[in-house]
Each structure stands twice: as C-alpha cells, then as structure tokens.
Design a protein around this ligand. Structure first.
Ligand SMILES: Cc1cc2nc3c(=O)[nH]c(=O)nc-3n(C[C@H](O)[C@H](O)[C@H](O)COP(=O)(O)OP(=O)(O)OC[C@H]3O[C@@H](n4cnc5c(N)ncnc54)[C@H](O)[C@@H]3O)c2cc1C
Length: 337
C-alpha cells in the first residue's frame, strides 16, 4: 500500500488582509489524482499553514479536489510566510505521516520552502519540473529541462520522500470536481524555540505584473525575431487588442528590446496555457515551446515552412507576418471574421 502523496497548499496574499490558496495547488491536486491511480489509489494529503479559520475559509478547495486528509497548522505567528516556521512544520509532518512523494508549487514561496525541507530531511528535490509520472517501479519520474534547456532529463530520487517542485500553469486543474469527505486534522505547530529571522513589513503591488497578467489570458498573441522591430510589435499589439488578447514574446524579442521580460514566454519566462496562442515570427525552439505547448489551440505564422513551431501547431500559416497580420486586422475591422 502506497504511503501517499503530500501536497503543499500554499496560501498567498492579495493584500495585507486577504489571502487565497495559490492556483498552483489545484493544478498539483489534479496531477496528484493521476499519480495516485498509478500507485494503487495512494492517499492524497495536503498541508495548509496560516493564522486562523483556515478550514472554514478554504474547505471547498480540498473537498472538491479529492484530497483525503488536510493537515492544518494554525497560529497567529504563521499569518505571513516564514521560511523557518513553515519548513519546520512541513518537516515535522513528513516525519510523522511519512509520505512517499511531496510536491510543492515552484512559486516564489515554494522555491524558498522546498530546498529547506529537502535538506532538513536529507532527501532529493527535483526543481521546476514540467512533467511528473510514476515509472514501472512505482517511483516518481520527474522531468525538467537541463543543459541550458537543450535536453529534458527525467530524474529519480533515491531517498524518501521523493520531492519535486512544479511551476504554475504546467498542469491543468481538474476539469470536473471530484467530491471527497476530506478529513481536516489540526497540527499544533512546534515553533516556540525557533528564531524568526525575517519580518514582513508591507505588501507592494508590482504594477508591471498587474499590467500584463499573461498567465490568465485566454488569448495570447506572441511575437519573436520575425516581428523585426518596434513597428512590427506595434502591428502585433494592434492585432492583439482587436482580439482582446495579451501580447507575449520570445526571449530573442525581449533581448532585441521589443518587449519587456514580463512578457517572455518559455523556460526562463512564463508558462502559459491560453485557449488560443498565436505565434508570430517565432521559430519554436524547445526553450520557448515548454512555456506554451499546452495551450488549447496553437496558431503559428512563419515564412519558413520547416519551422519547428509548425510541429506543435494546430493551424500552420506559412507566410509573411507583415502581409498576413494587416490582412487579418482589415478583416476583423470589417467584421469579416
Ligand atoms: C538557457 C536558455 C533559456 C532560454 N529561455 C527562453 C525562453 O524562456 N523563451 C524563449 O522564447 N526562448 C528562450 N531561449 C532562447 C531560445 O533557444 C531561442 O533562441 C528563441 O526562442 C528564439 O526566438 P525566436 O523564435 O523569436 O527567434 P528565431 O529562432 O530567430 O526565429 C525567428 C523566426 O521568425 C521567422 N520569420 C522571420 N521573418 C518572418 C516574417 N516576416 N514572417 C513570419 N515569420 C518570419 C523565421 O522563419 C524564424 O522561424 C533560451 C535559450 C537558452 C539557452
């Protein structure tokens, strides 16, 4: 019988009062449901840490995602994230329930927390994974880009629990909720003897981030080197605004100064899964496609009919963006599409 899969249910803040369960948790929950089936229906656990009333506030997120048990650590001192407190609580829980897999979102918080936990437990951690599976021996097979993104490596962990972090938007949440009679178990945090080394003073919004919000866009029009210059990107933006779409970019376009880093999609940029992704003048290098390949529909416009982007495109348009985009813009303006 499998010892189970533990997920970290990150609480994150939208201001000094309000908080929510980070969407990456629901993506991990969907993947954990899949992994659990390959491990003879292994139980799925979650760890939720915060100040108070957590179950009342966040119950549905667990009961509707087929989570068996949620371990809840509440204390006023846990209102804000603290590496020392949170990692101690996670390590204590792992020692007690002994899961065979522990998965954490590769968010700002998760990237800080996961290595602390793995080093305290003396186990391995595969960071920034883009796929998780169970191999024929029942081990967690965690896949991540390696050698500067030239290769994908599937990594096995020799120790237990097998730990991994996964970037937001790599997996999709459950299409339909799976209801469960989830058990909520309170865990008294044993943190009295710990020194908290960082104090949180304030939350400031990142205006650039607010502006782009690429990760939540339903339609993305992305440009690469093929858009040539700022005039080319203006054309792209006009097309995007007519479609109510957000504008994304390849790393080369960012390096050419045509777009901000916030707009970069791919291995060292954002991972996105819009309903429609329109790649304009983008070749489709692996480092780009890892960040957009799970979009529902991919449309690519490229002069090179052998461009790798066409291998993953649902609609491939072999042609010049400077002829095709103006034509599409005209057609939209005249309500022809
Ligand atoms: C460690 C590492 C991390 C990286 N991370 C990222 C990342 O996060 N995101 C990312 O995007 N890249 C990343 N890269 C870079 C990646 O390898 C590619 O170099 C990059 O994605 C290429 O960008 P591009 O497609 O815009 O340019 P190119 O590969 O030069 O492609 C331009 C394309 O435009 C087409 N084209 C030219 N003119 C026209 C026209 N008029 N109409 C239509 N098509 C035209 C060409 O046929 C060509 O296919 C990374 C690389 C490394 C080594």
């Amino acid at each position: 019988m499998s010892r189970g899969i533990l997920l970290y249910a990150e609480l994150t803040r939208y201001n000094s009062d309000g908080q929510y369960v980070h969407p990456v948790f629901f993506e991990l929950a969907a993947k954990a449901n899949e992994l659990s089936q390959k491990l003879d229906n292994a139980p799925i656990y979650a760890l939720l840490i915060g100040a108070h009333n957590l179950v009342k506030e966040f119950k549905e997120g667990f009961t509707e995602n087929n989570i068996d048990t949620v371990y809840v650590a509440e204390d006023e001192r846990l209102k804000d994230y603290s590496t020392e407190y949170y990692s101690k609580i996670a390590v204590d829980l792992v020692k007690e329930i002994d899961p065979e897999i522990f998965i954490i979102g590769a968010t700002t918080q998760g990237r800080d927390l996961a290595p602390r936990i793995s080093s305290a437990l003396g186990t391995g951690l595969t960071a920034d994974c883009i796929e998780l599976d169970i191999n024929e021996k029942g081990q967690l097979a965690a896949t991540r880009p390696t050698f500067g993104g030239q290769l994908m490596a599937t990594i096995l962990c020799k120790n237990q629990p097998q730990m991994a972090t996964v970037r937001p938007k790599v997996f999709k949440p459950l299409k339909e909720f799976i209801k469960k009679d989830t058990k909520f178990i309170n865990k008294k945090p044993d943190i009295d003897n710990l020194e908290k080394k960082v104090t949180l003073i304030d939350f400031l919004k990142n205006p650039e981030k607010e502006d782009s919000a690429l990760e939540d866009a339903e339609i993305i029009v992305a440009g690469g080197r093929g858009m040539k210059d700022l005039m080319g990107f203006e054309l792209l933006k006009e097309f995007a605004s007519l479609l109510n779409a957000k504008v994304g970019a390849s790393r080369v376009a960012v390096e050419m100064g045509l777009a901000s880093h916030e707009m970069q999609i791919g291995q060292t940029g954002k991972t996105v899964t819009p309903k429609i992704y329109i790649a304009c003048g983008i070749s489709g290098a692996l480092q780009h496609t890892v960040g957009m390949k799970d979009s529902d529909k991919i449309i690519a416009i490229n002069t090179d009919k052998n461009a790798p982007i066409f291998d993953i495109a649902d609609i491939a348009i072999a042609g010049d963006v400077f002829e095709i985009l103006p034509e599409l813009i005209e057609m939209i303006k005249k309500n022809k599409i």
